[in-house]
Design a protein around this ligand. Structure first.
Ligand code: ATP
Length: 373
């Protein structure tokens, strides 16, 4: 099976800032893959390289076997991206924006109109089809970004923090829709700061920190690496932990044992497996058990412990390594690759002289170079 993504030793430097320091990742076709990392970890840069907005300084990235630079068109046609920031032509009815987008990717006019309708229905804003982007509410704008990613019927759907600042209902709708797409075969690459979303949705997550992949694993595997808490409430607790038979907690997985009144608190990896042994041991040695609770470590706790650095902040920019660069705040749709602020250091990609944005929309300038919010 072809992998949706094959990334090898990918590097990107913006002047003095090394945003990607040799990232290697494989995302199998059909998977729901999470890319997690603190602010400044390099997630957006990674996505921008995939969609041809930013030129890598080294390494390679292939989308369904197509190199994102050498086979730009083939690679790009397979991807739909819903960026963090809104980069939409705001002066046209939203269905027209979608039709332009599909047309740019080689879809016939008639088919593009049908797809635009389908995408707007899928995200629940079909009744707004004649409205221009500016006049949509914040939540509708977010829905529209997803519709635009879907209108090309991509094989790889990239969602860069799609649920940032959206209400509960929209978040649920969004995840229902994306889960359904994934079940029908679309590969999903998701970046999110809502770790519980990744825990629930993703088959696999990569944790990125300071431009490097720290680990790739399923949420369950990662949680197994964190410490759970097994809390046993005893009828007649001993005076101190030392009074307990030592073999009770003599387990490599146990990291700590404390007594909090009648509660024996055992901190251990794979607490769900440690608990039965513990209960049997306590029972054997005559301790009556009133209650047992296993508090599993969350992916968020594992994430925090893996990405915590001494200063507690891992954003190179915050640490002053940003060099005052004109940061690309807008994770674009790759519709205007030559308009991206890349610190003015030659990282932008010009796919043939004319910006995609111009080709796609038929408009040279929207007054704001793609309408960055
Ligand atoms: P967040 O979660 O905050 O969106 P991120 O993981 O997406 O962060 P990036 O936006 O890829 O991180 O940034 C990685 C590093 O590269 C940061 O130090 C950032 O300041 C720097 N950077 C990003 N874009 C540019 C640019 N155009 N010019 C200079 N530095 C940049």
């Amino acid at each position: 099976m072809t992998n949706a993504l094959e990334v090898t030793d990918l590097r990107k430097s913006y002047g003095g800032v090394d945003a990607l320091k040799g990232v290697s990742l494989t995302v199998p076709e059909g998977s729901f893959f999470g890319l997690l990392g603190p602010n400044g970890a390099g997630k957006t840069t990674f996505i921008n390289v995939l969609v041809g907005l930013v030129r890598a300084s080294g390494g390679s990235a292939r989308v369904f076997g197509h190199d994102v630079e050498d086979d730009y068109r083939e690679a790009r046609d397979r991807i739909g991206v819903a960026p963090q920031e809104f980069n939409v032509d705001r002066f046209f009815p939203i269905h027209e924006v979608l039709e332009h987008k599909a047309g740019y990717h080689g879809v016939s006019h008639e088919e593009a109109a049908e797809r635009a309708d389908r995408a707007l229905r899928a995200v629940g804003i079909h009744d707004k089809r004649e409205t221009r982007f500016d006049w949509l509410s914040g939540g509708m704008k977010r829905r529209f970004m997803l519709a635009r990613a879907l209108v090309t019927e991509p094989d790889l759907l990239i969602l860069d923090e799609p649920s940032a600042g959206v209400d509960v209902q929209l978040r649920r709708d969004l995840w229902d829709l994306v889960t359904e797409l994934n079940e029908r075969g679309t590969t999903v690459l998701l970046t999110t700061h809502y770790i519980e979303e990744a825990e629930r949705l993703c088959d696999e997550v990569a944790i990125l920190d300071q431009g490097r992949v720290i680990t790739v694993a399923s949420p369950d595997e990662l949680m197994d690496r964190g410490a759970d808490r097994v809390v046993v409430t005893l009828r007649d607790p001993p005076a101190t932990v030392g009074d307990l038979p030592t073999d009770l907690t003599d387990d490599d997985r146990v990291e700590d044992v404390t007594l909090e009144g009648p509660r024996l608190v055992v901190t251990a990896r794979q607490g769900g497996l440690v608990a039965p042994d513990l209960v049997r041991g306590l029972d054997r040695t005559g301790y009556g058990i009133l209650d047992l609770e296993i508090k599993r470590t969350s992916l968020e706790e594992v994430f925090v412990s893996m990405t915590r650095d001494d200063g507690g902040v891992s954003d190179a920019g915050v640490n002053g390594a940003d060099g005052g660069a004109d940061r690309n705040e807008s994770v674009d749709d790759a519709d205007e690759p030559d308009l991206v602020a890349d610190g003015g250091r030659g990282g932008e990609i010009d796919h043939g002289g004319e910006s995609e944005y111009e080709k796609e929309s038929g408009h040279g300038d929207d007054g704001g170079h793609g309408g960055h919010e």
